[in-house]
Design a protein around this ligand. Structure first.
Ligand SMILES: Nc1nc2c(c(=O)[nH]1)N[C@H]1C(S)=C(S)[C@@H](COP(=O)(O)O)O[C@H]1N2
Ligand SMILES: [Mo]
Length: 210
């Protein structure tokens, strides 16, 4: 599947398409269910579950958007086979959240939660990757409501369903559990370079039993 080559390209910061993907012009909107209405006074970002101090960590919208801002140039690969290359995502790195609200030593996975109960599970190492970012901006502009305003997660090295739009929090977990699409036939890990699209492709150890 040409993985060594694509790894090299990625190391050089160049965009290539993962196997089976095609380039998309523009930026389509893809999600399940309605677009939630943003109510700043009711919005909070919550880190809970197996935190190091056993407590919850909450940020209001004002507090969260005041956290140190950085940018990441990265691609977006939808499992339905379109890819968008080279977007600049601006926001708060997932690593910053891990630093400010550290997980307990036994944490192996996280569940990222969004409005209406959408969720995606990630291995802690995937969530902690340098490129994973809670984005408020794309290419210097605030996200639109359809694309996840006020906050969405981008994990560039995994299929885009692993990046919830309208994200509201993170649960630290000491064992893996399937998220919304992972329970509905999509691969538990979702590496586009290995074309891990569907759960029937999972190898033993890739995820909890279905
Ligand atoms: N909350 C939520 N986030 C979601 C989804 C969803 O259904 N609900 N769909 C995912 C999928 S499958 C993709 S491809 C991307 C699409 O992001 P875009 O609409 O900004 O292109 O959002 C992801 N995040
Ligand atoms: Mo997708």
């Amino acid at each position: 599947m040409g993985q060594p080559e694509s790894a090299e390209h990625r190391a050089a910061g160049e965009s290539t398409l993962p196997p089976g993907q095609r380039l998309q012009r523009g930026w389509p909107v893809t999600h399940y269910g309605p677009v939630p209405k943003f109510r700043p006074e009711r919005w909070e970002f919550r880190v809970f579950g197996a935190t190091a101090d056993g407590g919850k960590h909450c940020w209001s919208h004002e507090e969260f958007t005041a956290l140190p801002f950085s940018t990441v140039v990265a691609d977006l690969h939808c499992v339905t086979k379109f890819s968008m290359l080279g977007a600049e995502w601006g926001g708060v790195p997932a690593r910053t959240v891990l630093e400010l609200a550290p997980p307990a030593p036994g944490v192996t996975h996280v569940m990222v939660w969004a409005e209406y109960g959408y969720s995606a599970n990630l291995r802690l190492a995937d969530f902690a990757s340098e490129q994973a970012i809670f984005a408020t901006h794309k290419d210097g502009e605030l996200l639109t409501a359809e694309h996840g305003f006020p906050l969405r997660l981008i994990v560039p090295h995994l299929y885009a369903w692993k990046g919830p739009k309208w994200v509201r929090g993170v649960e630290y977990m000491t064992a893996d559990r399937r998220g919304f699409w992972e329970e509905r036939g999509y691969h538990n890990i979702g590496d586009p370079w290995a074309e891990q699209r569907y759960s029937y492709q999972e190898e033993p150890g890739d995820g909890p039993e279905l």
